[in-house]
Design a protein around this ligand. Structure first.
Ligand SMILES: [Zn+2]
Length: 310
């Protein structure tokens, strides 16, 4: 098996829910990877989310992501502490504050940057992954290999929120006009935090609504190379989504293709134009097939061990 497989970006035609941010992957490459399906596992044909959704702790294994962002699992995940000096994990009942240790480190580092912003004392952290990654019983197509993190756009001014408060408090939306523009909640602090997040070499992509990307394109000064990693996407107006690259030496971890060269500002403007003036429906468009639910058989073969490990 080759050390790393790169999936080329697919078409962006599928209208995906918030955080279903992984492009479809070419079947030819999937076929080349050993899966649980090729190993004759007795539960192969059952929905994978049942198994991964039932795990309450990480596996006692060396940390490793297996597979791709929307089809895989994570061994040896670490749990982000529910409260730290510069962060709080939100919605603890979901038990999704688990991730590859590299992601936990990243989130802590970014929260320290956020804590230096006026009005912010750190970050409110949304979903990372389930304790062993994998498909979820609800929400998210991605977040499966412990390298995705949702970060609230609400300024984390109070880091003493109780567990109950963190169940009930809401983030704030920054969008106006269906995501074509930012609203009055947008601040220069948001730009500073997004710039820090995107400038980090560990980051592969950041997903946020189109109007936010266009706003950044208008206001960013100096080195603008970080804008390349900020990608417009559906939803993502209460939180932004950070996707990290596969950690160095992570065999079996499948990187997404890098974003196209350039700052991506024209592309973001095209998204905005489509929101403001939706193109007429294509009479020849084929109805989209609903995404097939992942079975255990679809996942990388290592994910069987991840599930079985204590
Ligand atoms: Zn997300």
């Amino acid at each position: 098996m080759t050390i790393k497989h790169v999936i080329t970006a697919g078409v962006l035609s599928a209208l995906l829910a918030s955080c279903s941010a992984a492009p479809p992957s070419p079947k030819t490459q999937q076929a080349a990877l050993p899966t649980i399906g090729t190993s004759g596992h007795e539960d192969s044909q059952k929905p994978a989310k049942q198994f991964f959704g039932a795990k309450s702790t990480g596996s006692e294994q060396a940390a490793a992501p297996f597979g791709s962002y929307a089809k895989g699992c994570v061994a040896g995940a670490a749990q982000l502490a529910e409260t730290g000096p510069t962060w709080q994990a939100m919605r603890l009942s979901r038990n999704r504050n688990w991730a590859h240790p590299a992601t936990v480190d990243y989130v802590k580092d970014l929260s320290r940057v956020a804590a230096r912003q006026p009005g912010w004392n750190g970050l409110y952290i949304g979903d990372l992954s389930q304790p062993r990654g994998g498909p979820m019983l609800s929400g998210h197509a991605s977040h499966q290999i412990g390298l995705d993190a949702d970060i609230w756009l609400r300024p984390a001014d109070n880091l003493s929120l109780s567990v109950a408060q963190r169940e009930n408090i809401s983030s704030v939306s920054l969008r106006r006009n269906k995501g074509a523009f930012v609203n009055e909640n947008w601040t220069p602090q948001h730009e500073a935090i997004l710039k820090a997040a995107a400038s980090d070499p560990r980051t592969a992509r950041i997903f946020i609504f189109p109007g936010a990307k266009v706003k950044l394109c208008e206001t960013a000064t100096g080195d603008r190379s970080w804008l390349r990693k900020i990608r417009p996407w559906f939803g993502h107006h209460y939180h932004f989504h950070v996707r990290l690259k596969c950690p160095a030496g992570a065999e079996g971890c499948i990187d997404q293709a890098p974003p196209p060269p350039g700052d991506g500002c024209a592309d973001a403007q095209a998204w905005v134009n489509n929101i403001l003036n939706p193109p007429p429906p294509d009479p020849n468009a084929k109805p989209r097939k609903p995404r097939r639910e992942l079975r255990l058989a679809d996942l990388p073969v290592q994910c069987a061990d991840v599930l079985q490990s204590p």
